[in-house]
Ligand binder design. Structure first.
Ligand SMILES: Cc1ncc(COP(=O)(O)O)c(C=O)c1O
Length: 413
């Protein structure tokens, strides 16, 4: 895994060069595009700081990255300078982080993980309909009970069944007998096509599904299936901390990934990333998008080019080595907290390569959980778990304070 680190000046000049390659609303006679720069009453473009602020300059110039640029179509070529930045960042994610072969993946910057997950389900639904003459009621989405709510949301939107797999209470692993039973029953009930979601970190636990067990199961049964990996949370940390990660395009079971920059990569919201092997985007090509050169392949349509630029800038200022070091620090920090919890005999769940710690709620008073903004597994029922997410803003002092108050609560029990 390698991509080069650039310094601030190199980043600045690359982004300004890309913006200069776009057609500028201020300079060219653009009469037909229903877009323009940001309103100048508030966002004036001669503010002196802008010459040193490539991301803000991109926001003000307001390029639209509608479409999917890795396909190489002539999509809104007036913004081709900054679209090239998006192509570069998709390549870094697909080829370096997820080890795809050169030029064999497509992708785009989506508004978030929800859209990227639904984009995948939409593609596979249409794939099964087109390639296998599947009927809607023969297709199901399969995911664990710990999966993000974008799965039921997607199933609802796309008119598909959901098959929800139970997980072990303590290990948070999919229970294989439940997988076997539910898929056998679904097959008997007429389901023939399975869109399987593998979590590269669930939201609440940071648990990781065994993608090879899932793939092997459907393969051995000779069933039609496609696997999408929801790496919205884990995608920018797990592959860096676990060099043996099975989550890559070299894994034959995996066809696509969601990876959110606006979680671990600390970019602005609006920066989900969708990655997929080449050959699949066409299943969601909207032919009716006649006024868009190159058509549209995404759920969202118009999207800000500044978002793509923010991801590229953060990837490039760290480079792969810098990012790896940063993620390793967060992991060490998380392990330190886990060691303290073990000393206090407090039960918790944590995947060794991730920065989420889910603590059994019986060890923490609600008052303490609320004081430190811990997140509960449910706000409808009595919580069973509270989680800590060791993000870059989580400093040692606050953790020490929390742990000492937790210890006091244990001593008073
Ligand atoms: C595992 C997982 N998938 C998907 C999402 C959805 O991401 P977004 O809120 O960006 O749509 C989240 C958000 O927390 C998540 O944790």
């Amino acid at each position: 895994m390698y991509w080069k680190k650039l310094n601030h000046d190199e980043i600045k000049s690359t982004i300004f060069k890309a913006l200069a390659e776009n057609v500028n609303y201020r300079e060219k006679p653009i009469l037909g595009i229903p877009g323009t720069y940001l309103d100048t009453e508030e966002f004036y473009d001669d503010a002196p700081f802008l010459k040193d602020a490539p991301y803000m300059s991109a926001m003000i110039a307001n390029p639209n990255h509608i479409g999917c640029h890795t396909l190489g179509d002539e999509s809104l070529s007036i913004f081709k300078g900054t679209q090239q930045i998006e192509i570069d960042l998709i390549k870094i994610c697909a080829e370096e982080i997820f080890k795809g072969n050169k030029n064999e993946q497509d992708g785009y910057v989506a508004p978030g993980g929800t859209e990227a997950n639904i984009q995948a389900m939409w593609i596979y639904r249409n794939y099964f309909i087109k390639e296998c003459a599947a009927k809607l009621n023969e297709i199901a989405i399969v995911y664990s009970q710990d999966s993000h709510y974008s799965m039921p949301k997607g199933a609802n939107l796309l008119g598909l069944h959901s098959i929800i797999l139970n997980v072990d209470e303590n290990l948070r692993e999919i229970i294989l007998s439940d997988l076997e039973n539910k898929i056998n029953n679904a097959s008997k009930g007429g389901i023939k096509y399975f869109i399987v979601i593998a979590n590269l970190s669930t939201t609440m636990f940071g648990s990781v599904d065994d993608v090879n067990v899932l793939g092997g199961f459907f393969e051995n049964k000779n069933l039609h299936f496609k696997i999408h990996v929801d790496a919205a949370f884990g995608g920018f940390i797990y592959p860096f901390n676990n060099p043996q990660s099975l989550f890559s395009f070299q894994n034959k079971y995996i066809t696509s990934f969601t990876v959110d920059a606006h979680k671990m990569l600390q970019t602005p919201y609006g920066t989900g990333i969708f990655l997929i092997r080449k050959g699949y985007m066409n299943y969601v090509k909207t032919e009716e998008a006649q006024y868009i050169p190159g058509k549209d392949y995404t759920l969202c349509g118009s999207r800000s080019g500044a978002n793509a630029i923010s991801i590229w800038m953060i990837l490039r200022i760290h480079g792969s080595d810098g990012w790896k070091a940063k993620m390793s620090m967060l992991n060490d920090h998380t392990s330190g907290i886990c060691n303290k919890l073990k000393e206090m005999n407090i039960e918790f769940f944590r995947n060794h390569y991730l920065n989420i710690i889910a603590i059994k709620s019986k060890y923490i008073s609600e008052k303490l959980a609320n004081k430190y903004y811990l997140v509960a597994d449910s706000y409808e029922h009595k919580p069973k778990w509270f989680k800590i997410v060791v993000m870059p803003h989580v400093k040692k002092g606050a953790i020490d304070q929390f742990l000492s108050e937790l210890k006091m609560e244990q001593n008073n029990l």
